[in-house]
Design a binder for this molecule. Structure first.
Ligand code: GNR
Ligand code: NI
Length: 167
């Protein structure tokens, strides 16, 4: 097991479009275990491979309170969406910044599991938000891009200042 470094916005590598996983093998399963460890340690409720500079379509999610609900999704797709909800979002790649984003209330997701088998599930509420947030990462999109240009510039300024202090 290993903790992986998380890219910080506005790192341009966060805008890379991830490629589909061609074969679910031990290297992919090891990456998923390391991503889960990194997510729990952060702590966060989701992590996309893009955030650890691996540009393959893999995400881990756990919205449970006791680490009992790990979901690993390979090549995930949203095949149905309905309704609307506004949630205060945060992101491990944009530490300390929280703002409201409007998303679908319910989604149906199709993905491969760690055995390479296709499965589908319905998500709503926070799980649906997290799925949409993570799939955006795989397409190179960070939640702050839904905010106004003014807010995005303020966030870039804040994070740059923080990076200078921590460096
Ligand atoms: O830990 C996280 N919390 C969160 C809260 C509201 C909406 C989305 C998220 S995802 C985030 C982890 C992360 O950055 N995943 O990409
Ligand atoms: Ni995120």
């Amino acid at each position: 097991m290993a903790l992986l470094p998380i890219l910080r916005y506005p790192d341009p590598r966060l805008h890379t479009k991830a490629q589909p996983v061609a074969k679910v093998d031990d290297a992919i399963r090891t990456l998923i275990a390391d991503m889960a460890e990194t997510m729990y340690e952060a702590p966060g409720i989701g992590l996309a491979a893009s955030q650890v500079n691996v540009h393959q379509r893999i995400v881990v999610i756990d919205v449970s309170e006791d680490k009992s609900g790990l979901l690993a999704l390979i090549n995930p797709e949203i095949i149905e969406r309905s309704g609307e909800q506004v949630c205060e979002e945060g992101c491990l790649s944009v530490p300390g910044i929280y703002d409201k984003v409007s998303r679908a209330e319910k989604v149906r997701v199709r993905a491969l599991n760690q055995q390479g088998e296709r499965f589908e599930f319905d998500a709503e509420g926070l799980l649906a938000v997290c799925v949409q947030h993570e799939l955006d990462h795989l397409d190179g999109k960070v939640f702050v891009e839904y905010l106004s240009a003014l807010k995005q510039n303020r966030i870039k300024g804040k994070l740059a200042k923080k990076a200078r202090i921590t460096a």
